[in-house]
Design a protein around this ligand. Structure first.
Ligand SMILES: [Ca+2]
Ligand SMILES: [Ca+2]
Ligand SMILES: [Ca+2]
Length: 876
């Protein structure tokens, strides 16, 4: 917490924005001149997913982070799983106007230092070595920096006066070299399948020389690098679609001291002021709802005193519908915010906002704007993510049937997607033995194709909740489990949501039956097919792995191959996960009754068995204290997103409550689980267990537990509702508190994954608080999250949801078709990624940063609940 507070104090300090022409080291510890920010390890490589393209020396150039990855690196064009340096020290030297960073590669016992110094309009970047480059890395270690392809492709460059144009698509030249020469990758994994050649691909430079100017035809992107060392320009997309353009100098062999110096000058457009970002809802507004645009302004911009709402008439002419004052909200991180309220305009029509010279795209004011907000997600996004099925839409096949060969028992292993298989398998299967029956049902996790069991449990629960709350009869999808075939937009007389519940349950029940408990994940066994982009059916060869055959060899009967590409089941037993599954199975059994009685029966059998076994196991292990849902708890993030909020100290009363609630939880089980079990079984003991815990929980953490409290309202009496009332009053204060925390009035996450789950949780809770207590939480509140999702947020004003009805949804997402710079309709982006110390970002021309652009199966089904409840409220 102390570190957080220190960070907050830094954030609170108002930076001196210098109009001087020279780069200055500012109070937030980066170099700044108007239009140019040079950051030196404000964001360091965190090692979680290795190179996330978010770290090292970075340049935010006229508002866009176009350069990153400045560091000593071991590859010409580093991939995600190539080694990243660990920052061991960072010093800011105000007298010299420099920042020094020490970094280390533990795998090679290799230390280096980089010093970045402001020199007029440029920075000097120098690499220092106290010991020569280790033998193993000589010729491989170099100073790199990376340029964002989507901001540089098709632009001109010069190297020592020679002209060139940066290519839209990667087609430069490569060589292959022996694997023995390749620096080790993350945990010894290999990103590539060398097809038995024992050689890796190494890109050759596009150009080499000593003076490089990138984007000579675009003053807002022009960066010049000069050096006595040889500069090489590479195209990182030769190895990986998410690669960047790389500029690099190899560190000299056998030398110490200052071994490389670059002078890097990012051009600044004189007098540049960022275009105002007018945040509004791209889906439009209903006539009676509040309509307030939030306008994000450069610190040096002078706010307008008024703004206009313009109406586009049916004949195409435009006319002013309203002019109103622009009011100041204040500063939030590095920009200023003003608001424009045009709520008084209620006449249905097509409008746009005019603020000074800036005009927005048009949007609707109409009663029906929210009608279709979940349709793309339920009709398109969800069915495309159905695993173990052939999925087709019109003329297009989204994917064939994946993983026909099934899943093998994972051997003891570490894993690249943050999983681990312990020394024991906790199953009857031997390592690499086929576990039968797992290739059925389930949903692809996100932009990858694994089945995350925890997420799939959430998915089934989200669908069940949607079904039980709204009974959506919508039928736009043909699903045949027998044919393993899904056809979009073909009704088959079964509500789609029931088919989705069935599909998720099929895989999870199979796990419980075949393994005996829940797998942590069903995932790739090799890194070289984990980063797969293309048809999911081609991730594996569909043939059972047979180690007696040579790699790439196929058996005479055509059923087995020597290629070790089969997926693995990670089976280390977690009784907490089993409990979550047991709850979900009880609810699924309830929901599926009358539709698929056989599956409903199997789910109930597994629910009872897992509940009993997991409870015993937990007692044995006495390890029930970890909350598996902890990562969903947005409380910490909410606190740190509010630079104005103070941290609260735990008092004695609170500690007592904590202890009592922990004990209750151990004895009675999780309260939300109890509530779900009551809903599925109607057995009163579960409701009592819930009632025994909810009040302490609300005292301890109101915002996090309000949803569970509201979920119980339909099952409880009037007295419960009355007792809940004062908590809802407090919750209303909590909702309103966001109006002073940030200009957008919603919780904003500052983590390495932007906070859409947190925002959706908040939105769902607000909706239900309004449904049950409309006199406390007014209808106006339910639009907060909708506004945020559909365009009223920092950086740009595009809808984070690829939703029906939005004028300008985001155009690229980190879906499994991301290599095509495309999206899967209905996807929800995580949103605004925060880059320390003060930059929010959501690229809409570069899909590859998962922290801002990846839709997940759990998040998107959560969106269905949010959207369904919002539609219901609006249409009241
Ligand atoms: Ca995954
Ligand atoms: Ca259907
Ligand atoms: Ca195979």
């Amino acid at each position: 917490m102390k570190q957080v507070l220190t960070l907050l104090m830094v954030l609170l300090a108002v930076p001196l924005v210098s109009k001087a022409q020279d780069l200055q080291l500012n109070d937030r510890e980066y170099f700044e001149r108007q239009g140019v920010n040079v950051l030196v390890f404000s964001n360091s490589f965190n090692g979680g997913f290795n190179d996330e393209k978010n770290s090292g020396i970075e340049i935010i150039h006229h508002g866009v982070r176009t350069v990153q990855g400045g560091a000593v690196r071991l590859n010409n064009t580093p991939e995600q799983w190539d080694l990243v340096p660990r920052m061991t020290d960072r010093k800011v030297n105000r007298e010299n106007g420099s920042i020094e960073v020490a970094m280390r590669y533990d795998d090679y016992d290799f230390d280096s230092r980089v010093i970045v110094t402001a020199k007029g309009k440029a920075v000097e970047i120098s690499v220092y070595l106290d010991k020569p480059v280790p033998e193993k890395l000589a010729g491989e270690a170099g100073l790199n920096i990376e340029f964002l392809p989507s901001q540089y492709w098709l632009k001109t460059f010069t190297m020592d006066g020679r002209l060139g144009r940066l290519p839209r698509y990667a087609t430069s030249q490569t060589v292959t070299r022996p694997n023995s020469e390749k620096p080790r990758q993350f945990k010894g994994f290999k990103t590539y399948d060398d097809r038995g050649t024992n050689r890796f691909i190494d890109p050759l430079p596009i150009e080499t020389g000593h003076s490089l100017s990138m984007a000579t035809d675009d003053p807002s992107r022009l960066v010049t690098i000069t050096s006595d060392s040889e500069l090489k320009l590479f195209d990182g997309r030769m190895l990986a679609q998410n690669g960047w353009f790389v500029v690099r100098s190899i560190l000299p062999k056998g030398k110490t001291g200052k071994v490389i110096t670059w002078t890097v000058e990012p051009n600044a457009v004189p007098g540049w002021i960022r275009e105002p970002n007018i945040g509004f809802s791209q889906i439009g507004y209903t006539p009676e709802q509040p309509k307030v645009a939030v306008i994000e302004l450069d610190k040096l911009d002078t706010p307008q005193t008024s703004a206009k709402l313009m109406r586009i008439n049916p004949d195409g002419s435009t006319a002013q519908a309203f002019e109103g004052p622009v009011t100041s909200w204040g500063a939030y991180f590095k920009y200023n915010y003003v608001k424009f309220d045009f709520s008084s305009v209620k006449e249905p029509g097509v409008y746009f906002i005019q603020y000074g010279k800036t005009k927005t795209n048009d949007f609707l004011i109409d009663t029906h704007v929210y009608d279709k907000i979940t349709d793309a997600t339920t009709d398109v996004w969800v069915p495309i993510h159905m695993n173990h099925m052939y999925v087709t839409e019109g003329y297009r096949t989204w994917h064939g049937e994946p993983f026909k060969e099934g899943y093998l028992q994972a051997p003891e292993s570490d894993h690249f997607d943050l999983h681990r298989q312990g020394a024991t398998t906790d199953t009857k299967y031997k390592p690499l033995e086929l576990i039968p029956g797992l290739n059925v049902g389930g949903f692809f996790d996100a932009g990858d194709f694994d089945i995350e069991t925890g997420s799939n449990i959430n998915v089934v629960q989200n669908f069940i909740r949607t079904w039980e709350l709204f009974h959506p009869q919508r039928d736009e999808t043909f699903v045949s489990q027998k044919q393993r075939y899904v056809d979009l937009h073909r009704p088959d007389s079964v509500p789609d949501i029931l088919q989705f519940i069935e599909h998720g349950t099929l895989n999870l029940v199979a796990q419980a039956e075949q393994i005996g408990h829940m797998a942590s994940t069903l995932s790739n066994s090799t890194l070289d097919n984990y980063h797969h982009l293309g048809d999911a059916a081609s991730i594996t060869d569909g043939l059972h792995y047979d180690p007696s055959l040579k790699p790439y060899e196929v058996s005479a009967d055509g059923k087995r191959s020597g290629t070790p590409d089969d997926m693995w089941a990670f089976t280390t037993r977690s009784p907490q996960l089993d409990l979550r599954a047991a709850t979900m199975f009880a609810a699924a059994s309830h929901a599926l009754k009358g539709y698929n009685d056989e599956l409903a029966g199997r789910a109930l059998t597994q629910s009872k068995r897992l509940m009993k076994e997991a409870t015993e196991l937990i007692a044995q292990r006495n390890a029930a204290r970890e909350d598996e849902f902890a990562w969903l708890d947005g409380t910490e993030q909410v606190n740190i997103s509010n630079p104005r909020q103070q941290g609260a100290k735990p008092d004695k009363k609170r500690l007592k409550l904590l202890e009592r609630s922990r004990k209750n939880r151990e004895q009675l089980g999780d309260m939300a689980t109890n509530l779900m079990l009551y809903s599925a079984t109607q057995e009163k003991q579960y409701l009592d267990n819930f009632a025994a815990q909810i009040w302490d929980a609300l005292e301890l953490r109101l915002s996090g537990n309000m949803q569970t409290a509201l979920d119980a309202v339909p099952y409880m009496d009037e007295a419960y509702k009355e007792k809940l009332r004062p908590y809802v009053v407090k919750y209303e204060e909590y909702i309103k508190s966001f109006d002073t925390q940030n200009p957008y009035g919603v919780p904003i996450g500052l983590g390495n994954w932007a906070g859409v789950n947190m925002v959706l949780n908040f939105g769902i809770t607000v909706n239900y608080a309004h449904i049950y207590f409309p006199d406390i939480v007014g209808k106006d509140e339910v639009y907060r999250v909708a506004n945020w999702l559909y365009g009223r947020h920092p950086y740009h004003n595009y809808s984070f949801v690829a939703v029906v009805g939005a004028t300008r949804p985001k155009q690229v997402f980190y879906g499994n078709n991301r290599a095509d710079f495309s999206f899967i309709p209905g996807n929800v982006a995580p949103g605004l990624l925060f880059r320390k110390p003060d930059h929010f970002e959501n690229y809409d021309d570069w899909p590859f940063l998962w922290g801002q652009n990846e839709g997940t199966i759990a998040g998107n089904t959560q969106y269905i609940i949010f959207g369904s409840s919002l539609k219901n409220i609006v249409s009241e």
